[in-house]
Design a protein around this ligand. Structure first.
Ligand SMILES: Nc1nc2c(c(=O)[nH]1)N[C@H]1C(S)=C(S)[C@@H](COP(=O)(O)OP(=O)(O)OC[C@H]3O[C@@H](n4cnc5c(=O)[nH]c(N)nc54)[C@H](O)[C@@H]3O)O[C@H]1N2
Ligand SMILES: Nc1nc2c(c(=O)[nH]1)N[C@H]1C(S)=C(S)[C@@H](COP(=O)(O)OP(=O)(O)OC[C@H]3O[C@@H](n4cnc5c(=O)[nH]c(N)nc54)[C@H](O)[C@@H]3O)O[C@H]1N2
Ligand code: SF4
Ligand SMILES: [Mo]
Length: 678
């Protein structure tokens, strides 16, 4: 059989949204490469997706499954699609009769980022009046911080990084999480640019940087304020810019005059020299580009920190330079109209919303009215990815909860399902994709037949809606027709006119992306004053001392900071079921500084337990100077199977509500670690 080549787009939740070239032979995936013609991808994709055959051709869920064992043990028998759907309809109808439609909660997350597939369930939810999710798990804290200053998730085109003379990757582990960006950083470095990484640990990106600045977790607000102090004091400020383009004033100047490097040093764990020199490097650069990561926002004070960092280019006017400025995300540069998919016109005003970061609390709340009686999970693995994981697992164990999971592979969540439905992969259905890290809208066709009885989210939702008795036209369109409707409703040209019928450049103009004529705020100015909706938050850029490390009681009880950032080999929990990848990773490890290890009698490779008030997990020690004394860290994600406790690392992360709009503070934890005696 000849090998055929096809265009596609990576559907995974990653800022790259890479343009792909897919090789297929005999209706089987052979290999995936990056598309060299695409303006952002430029041929560079990650190792995970180049090995996507591990998932595509690996152990899949291929038929509907009915639970026959106890919840959580993973024993199932195959049933027909019709019989599975009949049971789901019965579950939904009996819950509706007993508690009303809000007792049904569709939970979708970010397995596929496709516009047609990701939120297909909202169409049915809006029609039937089901409870809705408020999806805060990824973006909410960071976006709130960015919005406070800049206004919208837009900024200089990331390809412009190659024109910068100082690239600062601040709280973003791009060598792991956004490899395509590193290709553009590399181009800048070839022309002489310096790369500075700001991150509490020596991650994969810091290892290859010219300079690594390692502040204490949650101290970026202090660092940015002290840098502004130096920039103002040493004449690096652009007063014209401050006056014309921002709300900077004398009160703010007085505030920043107090934020000295001496003030910031103990808060950040950095020396005054490190802070001053970093500020000078920033001030001296012609076109410094700060790429702000979502990772640094996952702190209780994360929104304040992101906002404070976004103030730096406003002090120097770097926003106006080619190759300069800052970028958090690109998503608001698109004007996609999802109404055909969502049918928000049906939305009932007062429908209950459940915050995804607090799902566990909602599932176990005996006083919740109405209770969650049916949980429909698509596109996500909440039993692995959410904070407060013990509560999520406890909730999923409820005998009176009817859980349906639509999945490609067996996951920690699917193990609790009453019914599992087989889902297609992005190579088996079609969709269009925007991106939160680059600027093209892309199309990806259906390249392979669905695995056995697998169906895509779109078809599954339409089937369920019709079986529930909704005869609306919106449930009758094919994915292809839906794509056409969305493209037309968004006023984009038809796909036939896109480059290679594959992508459409949607970048804002140079002027708009550099805010030359003003910022997307009501007064057109950059806001140094964040105007938080929450009065507890500091009214100016500052260090906001609300993290667990700021609480002396917690600090004394649990002496180590504990962070849980993503690992290189997996994407969220996707790929964590692959035996090959798990073998390569070699089981969960906790990074511990040699001094902390020694004082606990721990050596590299020892079995240890890590614990706090929430949980205690057993894993191996990795003794390393990649973390400073007092910081411990595990790169996620491992499935619960990898721990004797049967639950994974987010059992140690807290699910408190984070200001101003909710979200998970995955990296704001304190723990103690102990050697397990042989
Ligand atoms: N400790 C810690 N926890 C974190 C994070 C962290 O940094 N640290 N990151 C957080 C972030 S940023 C995010 S976005 C969340 C992500 O959390 P989730 O969205 O739960 O992401 P995944 O764990 O990858 O789960 C996605 C699932 O969707 C399935 N899937 C893929 N495509 C499809 C499809 O087309 N249809 C259906 N039905 N299923 C599909 C995949 O097989 C996979 O099991 O995790 C969060 N959790
Ligand atoms: N390989 C891989 N790639 C991924 C993912 C994955 O799971 N694996 N997930 C995808 C998803 S859903 C998302 S949202 C993106 C996220 O990608 P990024 O924006 O890169 O975010 P993270 O990797 O979560 O965290 C980045 C860094 O933030 C650091 N950090 C934590 N707290 C602080 C702090 O207080 N200050 C500073 N300066 N740094 C801090 C962490 O140590 C980490 O190295 O990545 C996507 N890409
Ligand atoms: S880098 Fe991100 S977008 Fe690109 S192929 Fe890998 S996971 Fe997909
Ligand atoms: Mo995310």
């Amino acid at each position: 059989m000849p090998i055929t080549k096809h265009y596609s787009t990576c559907a995974l939740d990653c800022p790259g949204a890479c343009a792909l070239l897919v090789n297929i032979e005999d209706r089987q995936l052979k290999s995936i490469k990056g598309d060299t013609e695409h303006p952002f991808t430029q041929g560079v994709i990650c190792g995970k997706v180049s090995r996507y055959a591990d998932i595509q051709n690996g152990k899949r869920i291929s038929t509907p499954l009915l639970r026959v064992g106890t919840k959580g043990d993973g024993e199932y028998k195959e049933i027909s699609w019709d019989s599975a759907m009949e049971r789901i309809v019965e579950g939904i109808q009996s819950a509706t009769k007993k508690h009303g439609p809000e007792s049904i909660l569709p939970y979708n997350s970010s397995g596929t980022m496709g516009i047609i597939q990701k939120q297909a369930i909202d169409r049915l939810g809006n029609r039937a009046g089901f409870s809705r999710i408020n999806d805060t798990v990824c973006y909410s804290i960071g976006f709130s911080g960015w919005q406070a200053g800049v206004g919208k998730a837009i900024g200089p085109n990331p390809t412009e990084i190659s024109d910068s003379d100082l690239v600062v990757l601040w709280g973003i582990n791009a060598a792991t999480t956004h490899i395509t960006l590193m290709h553009h950083v590399k181009k800048a470095r070839k022309k002489g640019a310096k790369l500075i990484v700001v991150d509490p640990y020596r991650n994969k990106t810091a290892k290859i940087a010219d300079q690594h600045i390692a502040p204490l977790p949650g101290s970026d607000g202090a660092l940015a304020c002290a840098m502004m102090h130096v920039l103002l004091k040493e004449d690096f400020a652009n007063w014209d810019y401050l006056q014309k383009m921002t709300d900077f004033d004398g009160d703010l100047l007085a505030h920043l005059e107090e934020k000295t490097p001496e003030w910031a040093a103990p808060l950040t764990g950095l020396s005054t020299d490190e802070i001053i020199n970093f500020a000078r490097s920033y001030g001296e650069a012609q076109a410094p580009f700060i790429r702000v990561g979502i990772g640094m926002s996952r702190q209780n004070n994360g929104a304040v920190n992101i906002h404070s960092v976004s103030c730096l280019p406003a002090i120097t006017g770097a926003w106006e330079k080619k190759g300069g400025g800052a970028l958090f995300a690109t998503g608001d540069g698109f004007h996609v109209n999802k109404e055909p998919v969502l049918q928000n016109k049906w939305r009932k005003k007062k429908v209950r919303q459940i915050d995804t970061s607090l799902l566990g609390q909602a599932l176990i709340d005996d006083n919740l009215e109405p209770p969650i009686a049916v949980l429909l999970v698509f596109n996500g693995n909440p039993a692995g990815s959410l904070p407060g994981l013990n509560k999520v697992h406890k909730g999923l164990q409820r005998e009176d909860l009817f859980t349906v999971v639509h999945e490609q592979v067996m996951t920690d969540t699917a193990r609790y399902a009453d019914i599992i439905l087989p889902a297609t992969t992005f190579l088996e259905h079609e969709d269009i994709y925007k991106s939160y890290g680059q600027t093209t809208l892309q199309y990806a066709g259906k390249l392979l037949p669905p695995k056995d009885e697998a169906r895509c989210n779109h078809d599954m939702v339409n089937d369920l809606a019709i079986r529930l008795g909704y005869n609306d036209e919106a449930f009758t369109f094919s994915s292809a027709e839906m794509i056409k409707q969305v493209v037309a409703a968004s006023n984009y040209p038809p796909i036939k006119q896109w480059t290679n019928e594959q992508w459409l450049e949607c970048a804002p103009s140079w002027e708009d992306s550099h805010f030359i004529k003003g910022f997307p705020q009501k007064d057109g100015k950059f806001h140094f004053y964040p105007r938080w909706s929450n009065p507890d938050m500091p009214p100016v850029p500052d260090h906001w001392a609300v993290n667990r490390r700021d609480n002396i009681l917690i600090k004394n009880r649990y002496p180590l900071d504990f962070m849980l950032p993503p690992a290189n080999e997996v994407l969220n929990t996707t790929f964590s079921s692959s035996e090959k990848i798990n073998k390569k990773r070699g089981g969960p490890k906790l990074m511990l500084n040699p001094i902390d290890a020694k004082s606990r009698n721990i050596t590299d490779g020892d079995t240890i337990q890590v614990f706090n008030d929430l949980a205690c997990l057993t894993l191996k020690a990795q003794v390393t100077t990649a973390v400073r004394q007092g910081l411990s860290l595990c790169e996620i994600n491992y499935s619960g199977d990898e721990f004797p406790e049967g639950i994974s690392l987010n059992a140690l992360s807290h699910d408190n509500w984070v200001a101003p709009n909710g979200g998970p503070a995955f990296h704001d934890n304190r723990v103690e670690v102990e050697l397990v005696k042989p």
